[in-house]
Ligand binder design. Structure first.
Ligand code: ZN
Length: 94
């Protein structure tokens, strides 16, 4: 499955708007940045959620929500994500 970088539209839009206000003194540069803004506003939204990175504290508690790790015969697979908050258990601080 391909991976994508997802950028918050508002941050990108705000950056271009600041460039438009601060740096675009020539009509050509203003027109170019206004076109960039139109493109940004027209891009489709992704149906995505931000991944929370966490770890199992003392190999027992989720560092993000405090849920107790579940034990099952298939421990390795079931503990890659927290069953309560869905944090990805890859060593992040959570
Ligand atoms: Zn959790």
């Amino acid at each position: 499955m391909p991976e994508f970088d997802l950028l918050p539209r508002g941050v990108l839009q705000g950056t271009v708007e600041r460039m438009l206000l601060d740096r675009a003194t020539q009509p050509e540069s203003r027109a170019l940045l206004e076109e960039v803004l139109r493109v940004i506003k027209g891009m489709p939204a992704a149906n995505a959620v931000q991944v929370v990175h966490a770890h199992w504290r003392s190999d027992t508690w989720c560092s993000h929500c405090g849920a107790v790790k579940l034990y099952s015969p298939d421990n390795r697979k079931s503990n890659l994500f927290c069953h309560m908050c869905a944090a990805k258990m890859d060593g992040g601080e959570g």
